[in-house]
Write a protein that binds this ligand. Structure first.
Ligand SMILES: [Zn+2]
Length: 481
């Protein structure tokens, strides 16, 4: 008899392995083996684990699938907690920041993605989306710049090619310098899909198409984007029903509520997942469920912007795949999916009572729910044989967890704060003993500080927008270097 083929990685000795698989199996004292990037086996103390090239101890720890971030704008970490934008509604916040973001270039996006993806990995994220919708003229190939950062770090990445086509002069919110015309947006979208999108099982990079919101693109572009996504077989993403002001805008401009407009432009269906979805009425919740359209729940961002309470329980009951999103980085300002999962649990209980949202519900939203949003159920967001080898080893010891002995999953979210001890993507460590494995973080943080300072100086002391003037509109690297 041949000796068994060794696994690439074996995680052993866990207090509990929460598989979040189709049966929601929880294995006390469990182990997980990963081979060629996929889970090749799991079991409990009675099941002998395979030999392995590398063994990772998870004694006393909770092992979960890697968390899935279904909504983010990573570049915004260049303008985190930017004082002039902090007191207003969504629309005033955006109007203040668009001119600063008009200075984005490839280097700024690469460095902000490196830092932002590292932050996500430290918080237990193994797959993240990014909605990058600001593409300033002359800014370069920003999506490829952020993909390079994700590839260097080893995170599974779903960049979405965002777009804005309606500027202030057309009745939209963004300034003219950051919008593009429809043909350019569609051509760039197709080019990026051809270059980067990998439809295969276990793919590390997938590209989705993502017009920003009803108030920053034309209905014609929404419709054309949906048609292109169908043709290329990629997913669709946008913001939807995020704020009561959006209801007013859509009624005034389109004569319809946002979700009616979403359907009108051909987006109703399971190819799309949408961010926030705070304001659907009960009939609209049912329609989203019937369509199979996913929702990225962004609890911290929703609370900071004061937009309201998303009807998460109702959406899930209606059959909507609900995932979790950090959003931001300058609306939520933090980027820990552990924190978002905990906040989702707290908000769910605040809204409907203590039984309404358990730690297991929040874990499910953060994993399986995200997989549903991204069309990767069975592949990511769960630990089962054949799924990707993405997992997190969470510490359940130390001061924060002293005395929490009876239920590792409840302890994980009710205690804390915590971060990943180990984050594993496709069987490879991205975070080890609480530290990023890739060596460039100190240098990248230095560079990030310089680039962020340059972008935040986009306005001079007299309030003149330097970015709008050629002499003052040098790239952020030149301006700060
Ligand atoms: Zn957003």
């Amino acid at each position: 008899m041949n000796a068994p083929v060794p696994a690439d990685l074996l995680v052993v000795g866990a207090e509990l392995v929460a598989t979040v698989d189709a049966d929601r199996r929880e294995i006390r004292g469990g182990w997980v083996a990963v081979t060629n990037g996929l889970v090749s086996g799991l079991g409990g103390p009675g099941d002998p684990p395979p030999p392995a090239v590398r063994t990772l101890r998870a004694d006393g720890a909770l092992v979960t699938p890697g968390l899935v971030n279904t909504h983010h704008h990573i570049y915004q970490n260049l303008t985190r907690a930017y004082a002039p934008a902090l007191g207003g509604t969504l629309f005033t916040w955006l109007s203040t920041l668009y001119p600063l973001w008009s200075r984005l270039d490839e280097e700024a996006v690469h460095v902000s993605a490196y830092v932002g993806l590292t932050e996500l990995a430290l918080g237990g994220c193994t797959t993240t989306t990014d909605h990058l919708y600001v593409h300033p003229r002359g800014g370069g190939d920003l999506i490829s710049a952020e993909i390079a950062a994700a590839t260097a770090l080893g995170l599974r990445f779903h960049p979405t090619r965002g777009s804005m086509s309606l500027s202030v002069k057309d009745g939209g919110l963004p300034p003219d310098s950051v919008v593009q015309d429809d043909d350019e947006i569609l051509a760039e979208s197709a080019r990026l899909v051809a270059r980067h999108h990998d439809p295969s099982w276990g793919a590390m990079v997938r590209v989705a198409l993502a017009p920003c919101s009803p108030f920053s693109v034309s209905p014609a572009l929404m419709r054309a984007t949906a048609e292109l996504a169908e043709k290329l077989d990629v997913r669709l993403h946008t913001h939807l029903a995020e704020d009561p002001e959006e209801d007013e805008y859509c009624l005034a401009v389109f004569g319809r509520r946002p979700i009616d407009q979403f359907a009108e432009v051909g987006w109703a269906g399971d190819r799309a997942w949408v961010a926030h979805c705070i304001c659907p009425n009960p009939a609209e919740v049912a329609r989203l469920g019937a369509w199979g359209t996913g929702v990225a729940h962004c609890p911290s961002s929703n609370m900071i912007l004061g937009g309201g309470l998303a009807p998460v329980a109702e959406l899930r009951a209606a059959g909507v795949p609900v995932g979790l999103g950090c959003d931001g980085s300058s609306s939520a300002d933090s980027a820990s999916l552990w924190l978002e999962a905990r906040t989702a649990m707290l908000l769910g209980r605040l809204r409907h009572g203590a039984a309404a949202m358990s730690a297991r519900d929040a874990l499910e939203i953060a994993t399986r729910g995200g997989a549903g949003c991204l069309g990767r159920t069975g592949e990511i967001g769960e630990l089962s044989v054949g799924a990707v080898g993405d997992l997190v080893v969470w510490p359940l010891d130390g001061v924060a967890y002293a005395g929490a002995l009876s239920d590792p999953i409840d302890a994980w979210l009710r205690c804390g704060p915590t971060a990943a001890r180990h984050t594993v993507v496709a069987g490879r460590l991205v975070v080890e003993d609480g530290r990023p494995v890739h060596p460039d973080l100190p240098a990248m943080l230095d560079r990030h500080r310089t680039l962020a300072a340059g972008i935040q100086r986009a306005f001079d002391d007299a309030g003149i927008n330097l970015a709008a003037h050629p002499e003052g509109g040098k790239s952020s690297a030149e301006a700060s270097g």
